[in-house]
Design a protein around this ligand. Structure first.
Ligand SMILES: NC(=O)C1=CN([C@@H]2O[C@H](COP(=O)(O)OP(=O)(O)OC[C@H]3O[C@@H](n4cnc5c(N)ncnc54)[C@H](OP(=O)(O)O)[C@@H]3O)[C@@H](O)[C@H]2O)C=CC1
Ligand SMILES: N[C@@H](CC=O)C(=O)O
Length: 438
């Protein structure tokens, strides 16, 4: 047997992802050693509760509550605790001590990435984070390395597994959002605080990371426009289905032109949107993720796979671990990780897309012309109009009007909707949804 040197690996966290990472590390120890040229020794696993029941049985002596001591004696630190603190402090401690760090913690990177990458560059350590976006799907390395010589114009994807699971169950099985969320929880998809998923924070953190890599710029998560799925109703999902669409929570980062300077700018946003049922994103079911990348030379690329789940995410963590370990074996400087331009981030009002506006209107002559004149005033062009035939439920003398627009500027659309809401013939603006992926 080859006499490899040992690299000590500290694992911080043994939850859904951490326990599976530990299992893979132990079960594949020999194979990993030959792949890396060094043995990856699991030095310890830091947890909060030593007596908790775990998904995976590990030797009891591996567990510790003393994360600091574990970090101090390790070559590589894998942070899978989640949250901001103490994860941030532990990563700073690890990098400062010269260890490379692997994390799946998008919340931490979105908030403190600039600080952590700057520290890593200063001390010559590496911070790996493939698992932080779209779990098992290799998407960050392609953006950072394979496409580094190209010019990316747009990244659009489904990057949150749990909300995709919830919307998919509502769409295909008519489940309530509550029932679907309970199953997503049992499958280990949801964050410890599920608000992060359903309100779109998790997807916003991920689009921050995607946009930063795709456009070589810094994107503060606070500047990402965000809407979650809590306002999406079964009625909207059924109406979308009847019209040939499905509702998906999309994360979009795109290169735009700043209308004031004519220079490059970007938009980063997250919202539920209508996608044609024929679009490839429409068949991204359950907890799966998919990311479309449009690059000038490469054209359109699609990355698809498991976007959440313990073992799936552990696969990406293990890939980073092998990279980090190989760097230790090979030696030499790491990659500069904090080089960037500072492209301005445009507000959501500056984007251009299509919309479906659903109105409850008075069922009388002249209504359509009145509504159309409001759209025309704001320069929003109508592509199609659907009026549902009044039935018993419409005995109050109202009808439902669904207006599909051509591509319009969001600011103009917002002004249109504001005015529609107060003209006499419109009883209610029931729903406004963006249409993406044309
Ligand atoms: N689950 C998923 O599908 C995915 C998760 N991620 C990310 O991976 C990371 C881990 O997620 P997940 O495994 O689901 O999280 P879990 O909540 O399942 O596990 C967290 C683990 O961290 C430990 N921990 C938490 N706080 C401390 C602390 N202060 N000191 C020591 N240990 C601590 C917990 O210990 P104890 O068990 O004792 O409480 C637990 O073992 C997160 O950043 C998450 O966003 C990324 C992609 C997908
Ligand atoms: N809660 C997240 C887990 C992976 O990042 C999700 O649902 O996608």
């Amino acid at each position: 047997m080859t006499d490899y040197r040992n690299l000590r690996v500290a694992l911080l966290g043994a939850g859904s992802v951490g326990s599976q990472t530990a299992r893979l590390l132990l079960e594949h120890a020999d194979e990993l050693a030959s792949r890396v040229g060094a043995r990856l020794e699991l030095a310890g696993v830091a947890v909060r509760n030593l007596s908790a029941t775990r998904d995976v049985q590990l030797p009891a002596e591996l567990y510790t509550t003393d994360a600091e001591a574990l970090i101090e004696s390790s070559d590589i630190v894998v942070e899978l605790m989640g949250g901001i603190e103490p994860a941030r402090t532990y990563i700073i401690q690890a990098l400062t001590s010269g260890a490379d760090v692997i994390t799946a913690n998008k919340a931490l990177l979105a908030e403190h990435g600039t600080e952590l990458f700057a520290l890593a560059d200063r001390v010559g350590a590496q911070l790996y984070y493939e698992a932080s976006v779209a779990a098992a799907i290799p998407i960050l390395r392609p953006l950072r390395d394979s496409l580094a010589g190209d010019r990316i114009n747009r990244v659009m994807g489904i990057v949150n597994g749990s909300t995709n699971y919830i919307l998919d169950r509502m769409d295909r099985y008519g489940d309530s959002a509550e029932d679907a969320a309970q199953t997503a929880l049992e499958l280990g998809f949801l964050e410890a605080d599920p608000t992060l998923d359903v309100e779109g924070f998790d997807a916003a953190q991920k689009v921050t990371i995607l946009a930063s890599l795709a456009f070589h710029t810094r994107v503060p998560v606070s500047a990402v426009y965000r809407e979650g799925i809590t306002g999406v109703t079964l009625d909207q999902i059924r109406a979308a289905k009847n019209a040939g669409y499905v509702i998906k929570l999309l994360a979009i980062a795109e290169r735009l032109t700043d209308p004031e300077t004519g220079a490059d700018a970007i938009s980063a946003r997250v919202y539920p949107a209508l996608i044609s049922r024929e679009h490839p994103l429409a068949s991204v079911y359950e907890g799966k993720n998919a990311v479309f990348v449009e690059a000038e030379a490469a054209g359109s690329l699609m990355f698809y796979g498991a976007g959440a789940g313990g073992v799936e995410t552990a696969s990406a963590v293990m890939g980073d671990l092998v990279s980090a370990a190989r760097r230790h074996v090979a030696g030499g400087p790491g990659l500069a990780q904090n080089a960037h331009a500072d492209l301005p981030l445009l507000p959501v009002g500056a984007i251009n897309t299509r919309y479906h506006i659903t109105l409850r209107v008075a069922d009388e002559p002249g209504v359509l012309a009145r509504v159309a004149s409001v759209l025309a005033t704001h320069g929003v062009s109508v592509e199609n109009v659907l009026q549902t035939v009044p039935d018993a439920a419409d005995a109050d003398g109202t009808a439902t009007l669904v207006i599909g627009t051509h591509t319009a500027r969001e600011a103009a659309l917002a002004a249109t909707v504001k005015e529609l809401a107060v003209i006499g013939v419109v009883r209610a603006v029931s729903s406004v949804l963006r249409v993406e992926g044309i």
